[in-house]
Design a protein around this ligand. Structure first.
Ligand code: NDP
Length: 524
């Protein structure tokens, strides 16, 4: 069987992948320093103010120059998307599916180059970066497949029993109009490409705003869309700060719907802002997490320690799905914790573009400083079992490196059991039994992912009681992380998301369309 890259398989890729990545990295590094425009109605748009992007791996490494777009740029992008909407929606859905598959093909053709950029820009290790870009392609293809499998979402309804007349009834899903997609830094490819792919295949036109820390990836993706022949104005790109440009997008009354992926606070602000409009508009929010793993007294502890280590510290703990709380039944607590500490201490830290390093820097100076503040607070409240310091030895001093950290003995009432830190810090505690573990697991405002390690019977009980949208059991590749479109749909409950339907699953694409029921009556 040919190798299929997913987050589940990425720990053991063929050497060819490494070789191609190395080659692409070399090319990308030789061409650093380019200036990227915004793209509005297919045209390059430059702003007066620029954002200079440096790598979190080495803060002297200048990656590229981006535009600091203004509220006027946001409004122009929405106007361009609005003007492009009539033709894009009038196109047969089959043509849109064709174009979206071409878009995915272009991403596939440039996967190594884009992954090298992701790795340099975000500090992901090379396999995480490749995973992010491969997932983008798969999310777009999945959206196209769903459109096709559902025949463009045009389906017959029953004929009502009218005397002397016949009725032909059908349901059709239609696009809303201009859709804004706002993206966080941590999955700069897939969290842009996934919502963009769904919005476009549904027939909406899009304005895309990436995070300020990851505008490079978005710029490369939009190049792929242009190469695929997606018409001007259908996908527009604006770059700049969330508080000015992002806010102007969400305030624009011509925006019909939005997908926001990011923090709970910013997401709730957008949700409230949309609620103040003249009438309701769709808002798809994918927000933070405070994801638990529960370890049963019957667990395979090697598997548990491996899976927790991967989920707590993959991408330096900056995954919305990262394990941040571990509840362990008392009889196996000490044994589990010593295995987790051993695994964590063995993590290879360094420049994540290099093959041997699994763990890179955190995204920026603010995250680096937040880490310092959190570990100081946790050291005062509990015990740091491993990690707990910013890393400043040798080459690491050039970037934002922080040690992966395991913390114990923090009282259960402490605020950091409930607040998302979004950093490489995991908190562990013993519990009396699974019932107590479940109460603690669910006692947060979030409900994104959750993991369990134990027996099959216990697993079914866990699935039935845990409040989260994406759940796993006995997964050494990651107890709470690593969803892949078509294999695991991904989304959150409670404060982790508003849609109630998961991306990369069967029910997500219809969120981008509203239904029209059509009844045609004739005399018999
Ligand atoms: P932020 O909420 O800080 O930012 C997300 C995006 O929103 C960025 O593009 C940001 O722009 C923009 N933004 C900020 N303020 C506004 C505003 N007032 N109006 C409009 N847009 C705005 O999140 P991070 O980028 O730090 O990402 C981390 C968060 O994302 C975590 O909470 C994580 O759990 C969550 N996340 C959720 C996922 C899910 O699927 N549920 C997946 C991945 C991450 P700028 O960068 O310019 O500030």
């Amino acid at each position: 069987m040919a190798f299929k890259l997913t987050y589940g398989t990425m720990s053991d890729p063929p050497q060819e992948m490494h070789d191609k990545f190395d080659q692409a990295l070399e090319n990308v590094k030789q061409n650093l320093g380019r200036e990227y425009p915004m793209i509005i109605n297919g045209e390059n748009r430059f702003a007066e103010e620029k954002h200079q992007a440096f790598s979190p791996i080495n803060t002297n490494l200048h990656l590229a120059t981006f535009q600091k777009g203004t509220a006027k740029d946001a409004d122009d992008a929405v106007a361009a998307a609005k003007a492009a909407f009539p033709n894009w929606k009038a196109m047969n859905w089959e043509e849109r599916v064709y174009l979206m598959r071409k878009f995915a093909d272009r991403i596939s053709a440039r996967i190594y180059e884009i992954s090298a950029a992701v790795s340099l820009e975000v500090g992901k290790n090379r396999m995480e970066a490749l995973g992010d870009v491969a997932e983008t392609e798969d999310l777009i293809r999945w959206a196209a497949d769903m459109m096709e499998q559902n025949n463009g979402y045009r389906k017959p309804l029953g004929s009502d029993p009218l005397v002397g007349m016949s009725s032909t009834n059908e349901s059709i899903l239609k696009p809303y109009g201009v859709w804004v997609v706002i993206v966080p830094f941590n999955f700069p490819a897939s969290l842009a490409g996934g919502p963009v792919g769904n919005a476009l295949v549904a027939g909406n036109t899009v304005v895309l705003k990436p995070a300020s820390d990851s505008s490079w990836t978005a710029s490369l993706l939009v190049e792929c869309a242009q190469e695929a022949g997606i018409p001007d104005g259908v996908l527009n790109l604006v770059t700049g700060s969330g508080s000015t440009l992002g806010n102007a997008l969400t305030a624009n009354e011509d925006v019909a719907g939005i997908t926001f992926t990011g923090s709970l606070d910013v997401g709730m602000g957008i949700y409230r802002q949309f609620a103040n409009r003249k009438y309701p508009h769709p808002v798809i929010l994918e927000l933070g997490g405070k994801n638990p793993t529960i370890v049963s007294r019957n667990a395979d502890l090697d598997l548990a320690a491996e899976g927790v280590m991967r989920s707590a510290f993959g991408l330096q703990g900056q995954k919305c799905s990262a394990t941040s709380r571990v509840f362990v039944e008392k009889p196996v607590y000490d044994a589990f914790v010593s295995k987790l500490v051993a695994n964590t201490s063995a993590i290879q830290i360094g420049d994540p573009t290099e093959q041997e390093n699994w763990f890179g820097p955190v995204i920026n100076r603010k995250a680096y400083q937040d880490y310092g503040n959190y570990v100081a607070e946790l050291a005062a409240a509990g015990t740091i079992l491993t990690g707990g310091k910013q890393l400043i030895e040798g080459e690491l001093a050039k970037g934002f490196y922080c040690a992966p950290t395991v913390v114990a003995d923090v009282p259960l009432g402490h605020r950091l059991w409930k607040e998302e830190m979004f950093l490489p810090i995991v908190m562990v505690t013993p519990v009396d039994d699974l019932k107590q573990a479940m109460e603690l697991a669910n006692d947060v405002d979030y409900g994104l992912t959750a993991g369990f390690v134990g027996t099959p019977d216990e697993t079914e009980w866990f699935f039935d009681h845990v409040e989260a949208g994406t759940v796993y059991s006995n997964r050494p590749q990651g107890t709470t992380t690593g969803a892949w479109p078509g294999f695991q749909s991904f989304g959150g409950w409670k404060g982790s998301g508003s849609a109630g339907k998961n991306g990369g699953g069967y029910y997500y694409l219809p969120l981008y369309m509203h239904e029209q029921s059509r009844t045609r009556v004739k005399r018999a």
